[in-house]
Design a protein around this ligand. Structure first.
Ligand code: F6P
Length: 561
């Protein structure tokens, strides 16, 4: 059954929301994690959740059983199950663009009866199978040394997913094939990449859902010009072998002169598109079987989201915690700390996924929302973040929920190193994991000034009173965190992890009653940019506000040196 968007209830007007507000005032605001653990030795187990490939420790969050019960009631009262079913069935829930939101169809296997139109499933596999067959021919070319470099030209959702996944799955990547990502409309992005390339051994992928995005089109034209200049005789004809496109706008790719094009559909949102043809660079790096494993991991999470009761449903619980922190604790941001260098681009990927999806301030009917929505999502791989901004997480004035991601097994070691090196790498991995656990422990435990006063502080200034030093060295503690654990970072587990985040964004967006699948907020800047562009050539500042006019004059027309 298709339910019109505007019939969904306003969560903040529900009885449970009022009950949650009362619960927050009475118990939630002052819940002390240290006391909660002391009271309940089983707290870890109570708040542990195992989803496909992802284990979650939710026990260091500032909630208790009563909070969780109320949040689950809120989800039910706001129809989260029916709304989830509508998403998975392909209802046009992106109602401002009149589109379904069916990234889950991209990872649905053949042979299963899908909850959505089976024609869509046939269409998906009619692109996926030839795409992966083509991938294998290119990897064979790479194995023969005919292709050494792949350059993905795309931005936003046509860049961030592959750019995140490729290094994450480096252990699965074909050696001798180097992947590059060019996104910015800035010569400082593309030129250092082009400098490394041999035109005869390079494959360019122009990735753009619309095939109209300014940055991507400019970079694609530049790459084409570079290719024609550097290839030598027969360059025009060679474009067919050295350029491919991934887009919903196949006609525009053909006009650009690209004959190898893999299509997808308007019901795939840009930030949900790495499972579609946009994942081509991923498939080139890790091969067809591993790409299918990535899809299978995501599909396993889709089924968990669709079938697990809310009490054991990880995306639902994470989405509910997001609402709890944003609307009750008023946390304005959430920090992502993946303790795996391969996941270093995950925070940037999640920034688009979450902030482009839920960074909205009107509801489904366009009415202004009377509460806060998407927090700022930010972060950095651990342990690097510890040496940059963790100071603020521990002693700053804001209690920022942190999400740690830990991976049990490391991939580097077995065959390529000596026993001594393997031991050193294993030791490094223990150090990494110990750091990860220590940070969530420190955030929770903190340290009182009285405790700090009992410790030696050799680097403290000798003339400062001991009590002052102790106050500087104290930590408030009681700072919340979630730890997600993967057994290993594999195509399957990464697929599940990404799908977990996608569904969690759906849950919080649904509770906030916003359309998580449009992005009108990027339009104004694009339009104004197009209006400003000619002014850089003609210097005309007429009609501009004084600041923009002043800055335009100050910048002038800058030509390359
Ligand atoms: O920045 C807005 C946006 O439309 C994103 O949603 C999208 O991922 C990106 O631009 C790239 O768009 P395209 O794939 O059409 O080039």
């Amino acid at each position: 059954m298709n339910t019109p968007a505007s019939t969904w209830p306003r969560c903040d007007l529900s009885l449970t929301w009022t009950a949650l507000r009362g619960h927050f005032e009475a118990h939630g605001r002052d819940l002390d994690l240290r006391e909660a653990f002391a009271r309940d030795p089983a707290r870890f187990d109570t708040f542990a959740l195992q989803a496909p490939e992802v284990f979650a420790d939710l026990s260091k969050n500032r909630w208790d059983l009563a909070t969780r019960k109320l949040l689950l009631e809120l989800a039910r009262e706001c129809g989260i199950e029916a709304r989830r079913d509508g998403l998975l069935r392909g209802d046009p829930i992106n109602h401002t663009e009149g589109r379904a939101v069916l990234h889950t169809a991209l990872r649905a296997p053949k042979g299963e009866t899908p909850p959505f139109d089976p024609v869509i499933l046939a269409d998906v596999h009619a692109v996926l199978d030839p795409l992966l067959a083509w991938v294998e021919t290119q990897r064979a070319r790479a194995a023969r040394g005919e292709i050494t470099d792949v350059v993905n030209i795309g931005i936003g959702g046509s860049d961030l997913g592959p750019q995140m996944v490729v290094p994450a799955l480096d252990a699965y990547a074909q050696r001798g094939l180097k992947l590059h990502f060019v996104s910015n409309v800035d010569g400082h992005d593309i030129v250092p990449v082009l400098r490394q390339l041999d035109a005869h051994r390079t494959l360019f992928i122009v990735a753009s859902k619309t095939f109209t995005t300014q940055e991507t089109m400019a970079n694609a034209q530049l790459a084409r010009a570079w290719f024609l200049q550097h290839y030598g005789a027969g360059a025009e004809a060679a474009i067919a072998d050295h350029f491919a496109a991934t887009t919903t706008n196949v006609a525009a790719a053909a006009r650009f002169g690209i004959s190898t094009t893999f299509g997808f559909w308007d019901w795939v949102g840009g930030r949900y598109s790495l499972w579609s043809a946009i994942g081509l660079p991923i498939a080139l790096a890790i091969g067809a079987d591993n790409f299918r494993a990535l899809l299978a991991g995501a599909h396993a999470m889709d089924r968990h989201f669709a079938e697990a009761p809310l009490e054991g449903n990880l995306p639902v619980q994470l989405g509910l915690l997001d609402v709890w922190y944003r609307n009750f604790h008023h946390a304005a941001s959430r920090s992502i700390a993946p303790y795996h260098q391969g996941l270093r681009r995950l925070p940037a990927y999640l920034q688009q996924l979450e902030m482009e999806s839920n960074g909205k301030s009107v509801d489904l009917d366009g009415e202004p929302l009377p509460f806060d929505t998407c927090p700022v999502v930010w972060g950095e791989a651990g342990t690097n973040g510890q040496h940059a901004y963790f100071q603020m997480l521990h002693q700053g004035t804001d209690a920022i929920p942190v999400e740690f991601i830990a991976v049990r097994q490391t991939h580097y070691g077995p065959e390529e190193h000596s026993a001594e090196l393997r031991a050193a790498l294993a030791d490094q991995h223990h150090k990494l994991l110990a750091n990860c656990l220590a940070q969530s422990q420190a955030l929770m435990l903190g340290k009182t000034a009285a405790e700090a006063a009992t410790e030696k502080a050799p680097t403290a200034a000798p003339d400062l009173p001991a009590t002052t030093v102790a106050r500087h060295r104290s930590f408030p503690g009681n700072r919340p965190s979630t730890t997600l654990v993967l057994d290993e970072l594999s195509p399957r587990s990464l697929g599940a992890l990404i799908a977990l985040y996608e569904h969690r964004v759906f849950v919080s967006g649904a509770l906030w009653r916003i359309n998580s699948y449009d992005q009108w907020g990027v339009e104004l800047g694009k339009a104004l940019c197009n209006q400003l562009l000619p002014r850089f050539a003609n210097g005309d500042t007429a009609g501009l506000d004084a600041s923009t006019a002043g800055l335009l004059k100050r910048l002038g027309v800058v030509t390359g040196r």
